[in-house]
Design a protein around this ligand. Sequence first.
Ligand code: UD1
Ligand code: CA
Length: 457
Amino acid sequence: MSLNVIILAAGQGKRMNSKLPKVLQPIAGLPMLGHVLEAGRALAAERLVVVYGHGGEQVKAAFANQPDVRWAHQAEQLGTGHALAQALSACSEGVALVLYGDCPLITASTLKMLLEAAGEDKLAVLTAVMDNPTGYGRIVRDPAGRIVRIVEQKDASDAEKSIREINTGFIAVPLKHLRDWLPRLKNANAQGEYYLTDVIAMAVDNGVAVTGVIASDAWEPAGVNDKRQLAELERVYQRRQADKLLAGGVTLLDPSRFDLRGTVEHGQDVEIDVNVILEGKIKLGNGVKIGPNVYLKNATLGDGVIIKANTVIEDSVVGAGSDLGPFARLRPDSILGEKVHIGNFVEVKKAKLGNGTKAGHLAYLGDAVIGERVNVSAGVITCNYDGANKFVTTIGDDAFIGTDSQLVAPVTIADRAYVAAGSTITKNAPADALTICRARDQKSILGWKKPEKVAKG
Ligand code: UD1
Ligand code: CA
């Protein structure tokens, strides 16, 4: 039976106080609507239909690279039933699964249970039992425990308001029934809206079986209306990811101070200290250790890599056995070989460093191709930019670049070349030689007197 996932996302989200439409507000770096779409894809839906309205073009543009998404426009927000009706022409036949774009924590496994409960001919609704059900639609059951209808908070009697089982809003139902019921919805209710929830009573009237599935995790159907709830769900989502990593054998010194905004592949015995942020695609080899306050984005770290505190790495690859930081920075396209050492206040950009190369302190290595076992001393700078164009510095194997040297690119330092401290190198330095370029005559002024403080008076 083919599955149509329909995501209602036309609501405005005024309480976000933001120019960004509500469903584009991120959880773990991905728009909320993106999370819901992923859940739909995990179910192998034949169609994914999003009902959009407010901020529509911006919402569509955010998913322009996802051609499997179909869009249905709801010009005016006349209620959830009206919203769903807008999607029908974009659907095929089979079962409709209705989700909300602002409920990002729903999981495919819970939705599978809902779809199984609906089968091919029933209506299944996901419910939850809440200590404080205020604001939600309530599930009304008959004395035999069968669901008979849903009543919205604003239309509910006091007795109905005391019901703690609520409607999450997620339903699964054959499309053929929706095509029959939705045009018959009325808006004679407290909010003057076409309520999707009214289809429950229609199903009962038509003899279509209605079944409820109670969500085991009350966070799953949780919706986001404001930044406080967004922050709350972010923490729940991060905790789930942390738990997955812990289950996979990663040591997190404090799971509540860990953020993953993307995906991570990892080996065994990975250790992550507090306040580490992983973004994009991250690969961590066996035995990788990451110190506190580290930010990694699209990074691949080989086995045994050690990243010390306050290091930033973006779009880069670090070979096995290397160590970086504290306070090191790899900017995009840095490729480090094995056992490379990058110490504090060293910035590397678009550079290749061979195995065993060391840059221990205060250096800038940009647009450089550096060989193996090179020693880059403190204060070395590749002068890669002339104000208009960028040039490459090439350094051969086993070269030694003395302290505070500037290598003015384009320039090549040959294998085993030795650049003396304080040199400004503008011409190629040959192999096996000492190259020196600095003001030669050092003077000492004998009998020189230190300046004295002038008394104020
Ligand atoms: C709805 C349910 C309520 C349930 C609650 C769960 C109805 C009538 N009520 O109430 O039983 O307990 O969700 O959170 O269905 N939307 C549109 N177009 C519209 C109206 C809404 O696309 O015209 C979308 C919103 O963007 C949102 C979802 O539908 O994603 C729910 O809308 P919302 O206004 O939040 O419904 P509630 O009143 O909270
Ligand atoms: Ca709501």
